[in-house]
Each structure stands twice: as C-alpha cells, then as structure tokens.
Write a protein that binds this ligand. Sequence first.
Ligand code: 1GP
Length: 246
Amino acid sequence: MSVEQYIYENKKRGKTLHMTLIDPEKQSAEDAARIAFRCKNAGTDAIMVGGSTGITTKNIDMTANAVKKATNLPVIYFPAGPHALSAKCDAMYYMSILNSRDLNMVIRAQAFAAPYVKKIGIETIPMGYVIVEPGMKVGRITKADLLKRNDISAAIEYALGAQYLGMRLIYFETGSGSDKEVPQEMIKAVKEQIDIPLVVGGGIRTPEIARAVRMAGADVIVTGTFIELCSDENEIKKVIAAAKGC
Ligand code: 1GP
C-alpha cells in the first residue's frame, strides 16, 4: 500500500492519524531514531522528516535510514527545497505553498526538482500547503501572505482550489513552534467543504489542543516541537491518544 493509500484508507474508516515531525538538523540520526521509537510506542502513525533550514540530502538520508531501522512506520519527507532530495523516505509531499508570493515556492522549485524525483522513483503525494498566522520561520522563509486567523472564506478557497487542482492533501499550518494552533472554526469550515484529507500542524502541544483539533475535523495531526521538548513517554502518549481519539 502506498503512503497516500494508507492516509486515504484511514480517512475512509473515520480515523485521525498522528504524525511526528522530526527535524534532522536538530539532533543526530541516532537521537532521531530514539525519538521515533518513543513516539511509535506512544502510538504515532508515521514520521515526517524535514525542516525549514539546515536540511541536506545527507542529514535527511541518515535520519530516514535510522528511523526506518528503529520503527516500521511510514517515513515521509517534508521537503525543504530541491537542494535536498532523498530516496530513503517512503514518500515525499510534493507540495506547493499556496499563499506564497514567491513563484519558486508555488511551482518553480517543484518543476526544477521533478526530473530528479522521477529518477529516484520515490512516491510523491501532491499537497497544497497554507500558512496561517503567526506563520513563524516557515512563513518568513516562504514569503507567505499569511492567512489571517479569521479569514475563513480564504481558507475554504485555498482548500477547495487545491482539491480541484488535483492535490491529494491540504495542510494548514501556523508554523513550527507557534503558540497558536489553526483556529478550530477554520478547521471545521474547511473540513465541511472538502473531500481530500486535511492535515493540521503548528502549536499542538497539549492533549486538550490535540483533541480540539481532531474534533474540529483534522484527518492528520502533526506535532513537532512538543515531541522535541518532551521525553516523557506517558505525556507523549496522552497527546497522541487525544489526537487519535483513542
Ligand atoms: C510544522 O506543523 C508542524 O510544520 C509542527 O509544528 O513544531 O509547532 O508542533 P510544531
């Protein structure tokens, strides 16, 4: 089963997935494997590998290899750009930053990378990516026109637009390390309009927030910072269980 099919199968069964984001720049591959193993025991469903800066093919490859050795979870590359592409992950999000003012982020980098991606033969999952206020580092690096937290109609337009363009996932993100998650009203409104899976990330650090994001309608919930900061497996279990509703 492809990673995309795995996400769709779970959505069909009404299950919310939890994904753990690991930034290869922030620790050694061995430590990344330890984090992934801990999160697997706590119930995470997949590992996303990526970050906004400091990403190289070497650190992605090493982290992906170590994580795969330590867990049997799907490993998905969350790409930083065409300068760092990895054949070691099970799939990569082929993503366009829909609210970037920079054409490189919308389509040019994706076009530039395409022949190499074809050569390495990795599964690609077309994904629209929308950065919501406060946006954090990723909002600045990608030159995003940040989506205002109360702009529900623009959120729906981006999500439906992505679906009609054939994208298989839509990701709403407030930026890694944000102190605010995507507003629940926005998640709810988007979810009511689209058929493709809705991925939500940024600022999800407590069971209460994870539960609220799931109840609002996220199909996939991503946590990064919380996993980096917390080494208590029981605490991690609580957040993941709340994200998954189990
Ligand atoms: C970033 O959505 C992810 O792309 C995770 O955000 O680090 O805030 O959990 P956090």
